[in-house]
Design a protein around this ligand. Structure first.
Ligand SMILES: [Zn+2]
Length: 363
């Protein structure tokens, strides 16, 4: 038999997004157990209990995910009687707690719903999880069978989170359109419907950041839920996440910006002091320079300056002398398997140096 199935998650957003729980979740049963991060559960417990107090859905317990997205911790939670008896799982937190919760739900074959407490990654809407050993060393990427049934994005909760998460989320999201377009360019005949729709959707990723990014950062500093936070959080969690769910992630999801991040991590200062989204944002400028997309480069550069995102090597504490081994690694990354023309260490280095000059001219 030849067949395949695609699942799409739904979402609710707004200050009172959690008040949609009853309408959305009650067809799946009456008992929900929360698996979440410690801080995330502290911040959301009152909102979740308030939203479910007169509803058909009861939260039976709040369980800590044990501090790492590890297969061993998923086994522990699967053995917990409250988890076994639950009709559905609420995954509450940033990336790791949600990844752990989705694994537990997948293995127990229960529906799961996510409640992102920060807008930094697309973990909340993606079927893909990143898993670690209990000693926090990276173990594997793993895609569960389904994405969440539904994502609840409370702009109140996002506004109360530290602003650095939103900042890094915007930085990471700035790569999406550029990388997906670049990876899929010239491959139009090979794209499935899902790939093609993901590529089209990636074109919606940049504009909300340029329009609302600066205002969203101001509002999150004041812990003030707003339309700007909503637009940006939706874009980070839903839009980039749906693109990741829809395009073939081994081919079209990432490109030079992520290849550079994945190799820059060999430098201690990057690993120790710079966030994924920050370095990816810089790598996106390198991609735009290499691909001679100068109009976009101008727009991105202006936005990055307002946002205090990195535009040059010094902003991420890297020197030209440190580049060669990094670029040696970058060209080996799978992110660069799908490119519209050859990219070499030399062409990347030339783009980085051209971008350095661009910074001097525009400073
Ligand atoms: Zn990323």
């Amino acid at each position: 038999m030849d067949s395949f199935t695609t699942f799409f998650p739904g979402y609710s957003t707004g200050e009172d997004a959690y008040h949609e729980i009853n309408a959305v979740c009650s067809p799946y049963g009456s008992k929900a157990v929360v698996i979440g991060g410690k801080t995330a559960m502290e911040k959301t417990k009152k909102y979740l209990l308030d939203a479910t107090k007169d509803s058909d859905v009861t939260i039976t317990d709040f369980l800590w995910y044990q501090g790492e997205a590890a297969f061993e911790y998923a086994d522990n939670l699967m053995a917990n009687p409250t988890v076994k008896e639950a009709d559905m799982i609420f995954c509450v937190g940033g990336g790791k707690a949600i990844d752990l919760g989705k694994l537990v739900a997948d293995r127990l074959n229960k529906p799961y719903f996510t409640f992102p407490t920060i807008a930094s990654t697309c973990a909340a809407i993606s079927a893909l999880g990143i898993y670690y050993h209990t000693n926090h060393v990276f173990r594997d990427f793993f895609r569960v069978k389904r994405p969440p049934v539904h994502v609840f994005i409370s702009t109140r909760v996002i506004a109360e989170a530290p602003e650095v998460y939103l900042w890094a989320g915007i930085g990471d999201g700035m790569s999406k359109e550029a990388e997906v377009e670049f990876s899929a360019r010239g491959k139009e005949a090979e794209l499935t419907l899902s790939d093609a729709a993901g590529v089209a959707m990636s074109r919606c990723c940049t504009a909300p950041f340029l329009t609302y990014g600066v205002q969203a950062m101001k509002d999150v500093k004041e812990n003030k839920p707003s339309k700007a936070i909503e637009a940006v959080a939706m874009n980070i969690i839903v839009n980039t996440g749906m693109v990741s769910n829809m395009v073939n992630s081994a081919k079209y999801n990432t490109n030079l910006a992520h290849a550079l991040f994945n190799s820059f991590t060999m430098l201690h200062q990057i690993e120790a002091r710079h966030l994924h989204g920050e370095v990816v944002a810089y790598g996106t400028l390198v991609l735009l320079t290499l691909d001679k997309q100068y109009d976009k480069l101008d727009a991105f550069y202006k936005f990055y300056k307002e946002m205090k995102l990195p535009t040059k090597l010094a902003d991420i504490e890297v020197t030209v002398e440190e580049l060669d081994p990094v670029l040696d690694e970058a060209v080996k990354k799978y992110d660069l398997d799908y490119i519209p023309y050859p990219i070499t260490q030399e062409t990347i280095k030339a783009a980085i140096l051209e971008l350095e000059e661009y910074n001097v001219k525009n400073s």
